[in-house]
Ligand binder design. Structure first.
Ligand SMILES: NC(=O)c1ccc[n+]([C@@H]2O[C@H](COP(=O)([O-])OP(=O)(O)OC[C@H]3O[C@@H](n4cnc5c(N)ncnc54)[C@H](O)[C@@H]3O)[C@@H](O)[C@H]2O)c1
Length: 362
C-alpha cells in the first residue's frame, strides 16, 4: 500500500462481460463522491481478461502482483468469465492469483437488506437482515491441491485436499472478533462441519475456543454449517458476524445475497489489513445479459463503498450507501430488481444524487 490520507491510487480491472459495464458506473459515482471532499483518487485501468488472454495468451502479466502491491492503494475489480474460454483459466490465474499472491486472507461479504421490497423472506424488514460474513480466502478446498488416479476409467479416483493452517484459521477468526469489537457489535458465530470433518475443522474448533477467550464481552457461538444455513433463513436477526472457511463462506454469502435482494446488490472485499486490497461485486460476468446495458451497477457501487471504508474515507463511503438506498426507495433500478432503467442511467442517477447530497449518511 502506497499512502493514506487525502490521495489514493486505484488499479481498475473491469474484466469481462458486465464487469466492463458496471465498473465505469462505479468510477463515475466515485469521482462525484470524492470531488467535494477535495480528495484525489487516481484510476489506472488494466485490460486483463478474456480478450487479452485470447489475443496474447496472457492472463496475469509478469510483475503484476509486485506492481499492484507497491504502487496502488486498492484494486477495483469487475468480473471474469467468458464462454470463449471454457476452462476459465484466465479467471483462475487473475482472480485466484491475486487473492493468493497478495495474501488477501479476508473475504468480507456484507449482507444487508437496503429496502424491505427486495427480500424474498416474508415479514422481514430492513433492520432484520444485517450481518457480515467473513470467509477465509486463501486456503481450504480452493488451493488446488489434488489429483486424479485412473482418470476416465470406471475405476477413477479424484482427490481434492482441504488445506487449513493454524496461522490461516487464527487470523481470520481474530479478524472477525476484532471487526465485531471495533464496530460496536455483539455477536460472532463461527461455522464449520467439525462433526464430519474431524481433522480440518477440529483445528477450527480449537482455535475458535482459544481466541474467543480474548473477547469476553462478545457473545460467541458455534453452529454447524447445515444448521447455520437453516437459521439464516429462519431468523436472520440472530447474526452480527459470521466467520467460516473458504467453501462454506462462498455458499453462505450467496444465500445471504439472495435474502438481501439478489446478486446484483451484493458487494465484497478481498482484504489484507494494511496492504493493497481488492473490492468487487459478488456477481460474475453474466454472459446472458452482457452487452445489453441492463446490468445492475449497485453491487459495484457498494463494493466501491467498501473500498472507501478501507481507505478510511468513511463519510464518502456512507454517502454511497445512502445513494443506493435512495435509488432503491425511488425504484430507480435495473430489470433484475423489477425496474426499467439501464446501467448507465442508474449510474447517472446515483452521480446526480451524490452531487446534491455531498455528505449524506442515513
Ligand atoms: N468474481 C468473479 O469474477 C465471478 C463470480 C461468479 C462467476 N463468475 C463467472 O461469471 C460467468 C457467469 O457465471 P454465472 O452465470 O454462474 O454467474 P453470474 O453472477 O454471472 O450470473 C448469474 C445470474 O445473475 C444475473 N446477474 C448477475 N449479476 C447481475 C447484475 N449485476 N445485474 C443483473 N443481473 C445479474 C445473470 O444475468 C445471471 O442470470 C462464469 O464464467 C463464472 O465463472 C465470475
Amino acid at each position: 500500500m502506497r499512502r493514506g490520507g487525502k490521495a489514493a491510487r486505484i488499479a481498475v480491472i473491469p474484466g469481462d462481460g458486465i464487469g466492463k459495464e458496471v465498473i465505469p458506473e462505479a468510477i463515475k459515482v466515485l469521482r462525484a463522491v470524492v470531488a467535494p471532499a477535495r480528495r484525489q483518487m487516481e484510476f489506472v485501468e488494466f485490460d486483463w481478461g478474456a480478450d487479452k488472454y485470447l489475443r496474447e495468451g496472457v492472463s496475469l502479466p509478469a510483475g503484476a502482483v509486485e506492481m499492484l502491491r507497491d504502487e496502488y492503494d486498492a484494486i477495483l475489480f469487475g468480473a471474469l468469465g467468458d464462454p470463449r474460454v471454457p476452462s476459465n483459466q484466465h479467471a483462475a490465474d487473475i482472480l485466484l492469483g491475486l487473492r493468493f499472491k497478495l495474501d488477501l486472507y479476508v473475504n468480507a461479504r456484507p449482507v444487508e437488506l437496503l429496502h424491505d421490497r427486495y427480500t424474498p423472506l416474508r415479514q422481514r424488514t430492513e433492520g432484520d437482515i444485517r450481518f457480515m460474513v467473513f470467509r477465509e480466502n486463501t486456503e481450504g478446498l480452493y488451493v488446488g491441491i489434488g489429483g486424479f488416479f485412473k482418470k476416465g476409467t470406471p475405476d477413477e479416483i479424484a482427490v481434492q485436499e482441504d488445506v487449513n493452517s493454524r496461522k490461516g484459521v487464527e487470523r481470520i477468526i481474530r479478524y472477525a472478533f476484532d471487526y465485531t469489537r471495533s464496530n460496536g457489535l455483539k455477536r460472532v458465530c463461527m461455522s464449520d462441519k467439525s462433526n464430519a470433518m474431524t481433522f480440518a475443522h477440529d483445528l477450527w474448533q480449537r482455535v475458535f475456543k482459544e481466541v474467543r477467550q480474548e473477547y469476553p464481552e462478545i457473545d460467541s457461538r458455534h453452529l454447524y454449517i447445515d444448521t447455520l444455513s437453516m437459521e439464516v433463513v429462519r431468523d436472520p436477526r440472530q447474526f452480527d458476524v459470521i466467520v467460516t472457511c473458504n467453501l462454506f463462506g462462498d455458499i453462505i454469502s450467496d444465500l445471504g445475497a439472495q435474502i438481501a435482494g439478489g446478486l446484483g446488490l451484493a458487494p465484497s472485499g478481498n482484504i489484507h489489513p494494511g496492504q493493497v486490497s481488492l473490492f468487487e461485486p459478488v456477481h460474475g460476468s453474466a454472459p446472458n445479459i452482457a452487452g445489453k446495458a441492463t446490468a445492475n451497477p449497485f453491487g459495484a457501487v457498494l463494493a466501491s463503498e467498501m473500498m472507501l471504508g478501507f481507505l478510511g474515507w468513511n463519510t464518502e463511503a456512507a454517502t454511497l450507501h445512502s445513494a443506493v438506498k435512495a435509488a432503491l426507495r425511488e425504484k430507480f433500478v435495473t430489470p433484475d430488481l423489477g425496474g426499467e432503467h439501464g446501467t448507465i442511467s442508474v449510474g447517472d442517477w446515483l452521480t446526480e444524487w451524490v452531487g446534491k447530497n455531498p455528505s449524506a449518511a442515513t
